[in-house]
Write a protein that binds this ligand. Structure first.
Ligand SMILES: Cc1ncc(COP(=O)(O)O)c(C=O)c1O
Length: 461
């Protein structure tokens, strides 16, 4: 083949002429390495024991695919393996197979959710899936939403929209209220929004880890006495350490009365609300102005997959749209880079759509309800004379031997975590109310009752 006078050299971009054999063989090889790694999980464990991954950096002349495959293999075999049944530390379950394909297709299409002319079908798909979620949650037709790369960004989109809709975007005294067990992403959000620690009011939680309504009311009155305007109350649907749920209905009544935006951080528990699984505290989510849902955290939709739903899509438009002078716009089609913080955005909705379509409501409910059953099984069989338990109605449980001081909790959790890792169980070690705990997140579909029994043996003895 004669070299092009301008391009001079050939590089492996997909070709628009003939077949794409090179790409096909690279995809094949990559799939083989990846699948082999999945199959090796049993003896490799959740985390590589001797991590011998050496990072390489770009060099002058580039490298052959053989070199890259060997480096890629090294990278893969030095990674955390969510597929192992002992991977129970975090909200990072095994990837649902069909959603892996979604990521591949999104990369291949390389469309951009910034503008509908750059992603005509996918923009429509994202809108449709957001509408579907909204309907499932009981929102009206005015509702809609947007995908974002993770729960933090969805929460940030919500807070910015809430502050904007209250007309408080330039008020340094504007505050928002969260429970003391809400996720740390709200600290980050507030910094990005030019707010400080004083702009976040933390409300006490009760013995179940839910927001204390009495303390909420006290703090609202205090804010008004001090001349602070409240632009949002955040109710958490599934706290990070124990999966507790704030009293959504009661909070929503207060929000309605005081005309305050209610945001639900449903990063963990929001997905349960689209199902018929009976869970105490999950109802009336449609009373909120916005809700974050993060299917990457339990359904196994590959990271990242998060959506923010709002009761009124117009609020996202009025908050974020600036116009895109370099994009031709059809007035009937929404440029989805105009309804959130991110501009250029990958087609993350494809893997969510494929995952949901593949599972159907029965599959979704099955994955979610078995996770709860696993938590219940763990909770019923852990030695309750020995441990204090911190849990809620979802699939997360934290624990610590009774009566430990902070220092003792530090030492016990550290040693136990190492000991469990040697037995291929990876649990996390969060700090909660000034003590360390061990936490098991039982959302790994590969984890069986047998695995939980073995884990309990290691803990109970
Ligand atoms: C309750 C809750 N909200 C928000 C987040 C932030 O989500 P992400 O890590 O996807 O940004 C997390 C993360 O674990 C969480 O547990």
């Amino acid at each position: 083949m004669t070299a092009d006078p301008i391009n001079k050299k050939e590089y492996p971009f997909p070709t628009y002429l003939g077949s794409n054999d090179t790409l096909l063989s690279l995809l094949n090889k990559t799939s083989q390495i990846l699948c082999q790694w999945f199959s090796d999980a049993e003896h490799l464990g959740p985390l590589p024991i001797d991590n011998n991954f050496k990072c390489s950096v770009p060099d002058e002349f580039g490298n052959s695919s053989e070199v890259l495959f060997s480096e890629l293999e090294n990278l893969i075999y030095s990674s955390f393996n969510p597929v192992h049944p002992g991977s129970l530390a975090h909200l990072d379950p095994p990837p649902l197979t069909i959603s892996i394909l979604g990521d591949l297709v999104a990369a291949g299409l390389n469309n951009n959710l910034l503008a509908s002319e750059l992603s005509p079908s996918i923009s429509l798909l994202e809108e449709t899936i957001c509408k579907w979620f909204s309907k499932k949650l009981g929102f009206k037709d005015s509702a809609g939403g947007t995908a974002a790369s993770g729960g933090t960004l969805s929460n940030l989109n919500a807070l910015v929209a809430a502050r904007n809709s209250a007309g408080l975007e330039s008020d340094p005294n504007a505050v928002f209220l969260i429970s003391e067990d809400a996720h740390s992403s709200f600290m980050k959000c507030s910094r990005i929004m030019g707010l400080y620690k004083n702009n976040i009011i933390k409300i006490k939680t009760d013995k179940n880890g839910s927001m204390d309504i009495f303390d909420l009311k006290l703090n609202i009155d205090k804010c008004y006495e001090e001349g602070k305007s409240i632009f949002c109350i955040v109710a958490t649907l599934g706290t990070t350490i124990r999966g507790a749920i704030d009293p959504i209905e009661k909070i929503s009544r207060i929000c309605k009365e005081k005309k305050i935006w209610l945001h639900i951080d449903g990063s963990i528990g929001g997905i349960f609300a689209i199902t018929k699984i009976p869970i105490n505290g999950i109802s009336n989510v449609n009373l909120a102005n916005s809700i974050t849902i993060n299917p990457q955290k339990i359904l196994g939709i590959t990271k990242t997959s998060s959506i923010l739903l709002v009761a009124d899509i117009e609020v996202l438009k009025s908050t974020f749209a600036t116009g895109l002078p370099y994009v031709s716009s059809d007035s009937n089609l929404l440029n989805r880079g105009e309804i959130g913080i991110q501009g250029s955005r990958p087609a993350e909705i494809i893997k969510l759509w494929l995952g949901l379509r593949f599972l159907g409501m029965q599959g979704i409910e099955n994955i979610l309800s078995t996770s709860i059953e696993k938590r219940k099984f763990f909770e019923n069989n852990i030695n309750k004379k020995k441990f204090d338990l911190y849990s809620g109605p979802l699939h997360i449980i934290s624990f610590l031997p009774k009566g430990m001081t902070k220092n003792e909790s530090d030492e016990w959790t550290l040693n136990k975590k190492i000991n469990l890792m040697k037995n291929n169980y990876m649990l996390s070690r969060p700090v909660f109310k000034n003590k360390y705990l061990l936490r098991a997140v039982l959302g790994n579909y590969n984890t069986s009752e047998n695995h939980i029994n073995k884990l309990l043996e290691l803990l109970n003895k």
